[in-house]
Write a protein that binds this ligand. Structure first.
Ligand code: FE2
Ligand code: FE2
Length: 358
């Protein structure tokens, strides 16, 4: 038994973990705000039948009893090698930040609209995300590192996104969140000996919440077909690439975490991209060609530049600053080349809804 199984210290929130969650960088999860009047004007009547069926699923709340610890949870917590411990803490903190980011955004929209469809949806999604963030936070508190969510909500910087950007970005982050959790869950189902923390056992039912959140944004997008054609496809491409590239760089910065689960960051990420692209065919008439060698070389280069940027930051001084400038210009160029890489066309199906079958 490890020391981590001892009762959590009183008021186990830590300044260090909260500060880490508060930092806004290119790679860290952000908090968003948007145009609430535009949200209020959303009309889901073009997808009414599917919308109502989805709302019944939310109301049924099949995960209402899922986010509670089993009696043997503590016994399964082991001491981890220092590098893995550090990466696992970073993983928990960034997961909490993104779960809580959804919770805050959905709650703010709920409070600021009176459109009954949107208000009800946002209340359900905020409910789910609050459960997810709190469940993750319990695991951090075991290590004396809980995040102070109240303080984070008050003090983290908010980024304003127009509603359409919120739809693209949130749709993708919910679906990629599903793909990430299910890929880990399936791997550890095949290799239970690699399950180094009990929280991974919760991922299967958990990711069904994320899948459903993604379905909600799929319906919102399909109710506004102009967002899925013409010049807006340039935004679809942009958000697909931004979400994939961010995940790729962030995961490759944490090699131990994936190796401990028997997943190389590379194979894990490409498996997640494949699932996300498959799902996203329900709304987007194109997918990125993530299996093309040129595309993959571009992502590798982005990661190398992110690492070089990190070294330059540690070096500091004028030289460090100059090197960081060079990295930023090169990263912009690499991102632009990836953006221009040919995409694969897709015919969007008549039925929007997809099942979480991965
Ligand atoms: Fe979530
Ligand atoms: Fe979610």
């Amino acid at each position: 038994m490890s020391t981590a199984t001892q009762p959590a210290p009183q008021a186990a929130v830590s300044v260090e973990a909260t500060d880490k969650a508060r930092v806004s960088t290119m790679l860290s999860p952000r908090f968003y705000t948007t145009d609430f009047d535009a949200m209020n004007r959303l009309d889901v009547s073009p997808v009414r039948a599917e919308w109502d069926a989805m709302m019944l699923e939310y109301e049924g709340d099949n995960n209402h009893d899922h986010f509670q610890r089993s009696a043997d949870f503590g016994e399964q917590i082991r001491d981890l090698p220092p590098a893995l411990h550090q990466e696992f803490m970073d993983f928990l903190i960034s997961s909490i930040t993104s779960e809580f980011s959804g919770c805050v955004l959905y709650n703010e929209i709920k409070k600021n609209v009176d459109n009954p469809d949107i208000k009800a949806l946002m209340a359900y999604m905020a409910r789910d995300e609050a459960r997810h963030a709190n469940f993750l936070n319990m695991s951090l508190k075991d290590y004396g590192l809980g995040v102070d969510l109240g303080s984070l909500k008050r003090t983290k910087r908010y980024t304003f996104f127009k509603p359409k950007y919120i739809f693209y970005a949130t749709y993708l982050s919910e679906k990629i969140g599903y793909a990430r959790y299910i890929t880990i869950y399936r791997q550890l189902e095949r290799h239970p000996e690699l399950r180094f923390h009990p929280i991974f056992r919760w991922f299967e039912r958990w990711c069904n919440d994320e899948f459903r959140h993604g379905e909600s944004f799929a319906l919102i997008l399909r109710a506004q077909p102009h967002l899925l054609r013409g010049a807006n496809l340039l935004w679809v491409r942009f958000f697909l690439l931004a979400v994939y590239a961010t995940m790729y760089v962030r995961d490759h910065m944490r090699p131990q975490l994936h190796q401990a689960m028997g997943l190389e960051a590379d194979s894990y990420d490409y498996a997640v991209f494949r699932i996300t692209s498959d799902i996203s065919k329900q709304v987007f008439p194109l997918t990125l060609d993530t299996d093309s060698p040129a595309f993959r070389a571009g992502l590798e280069r982005l990661f190398a530049l992110a690492q070089a940027n990190e070294w330059a930051k540690q070096q500091g001084g004028l030289t460090g600053l100059l090197k960081r400038g060079v990295c930023a210009v090169a990263a912009f160029g690499t991102f632009a080349r990836l953006y221009l890489h040919p995409v694969k066309p897709n015919t969007v199906p008549d039925d929007v809804r997809v099942s979480p079958a991965w």
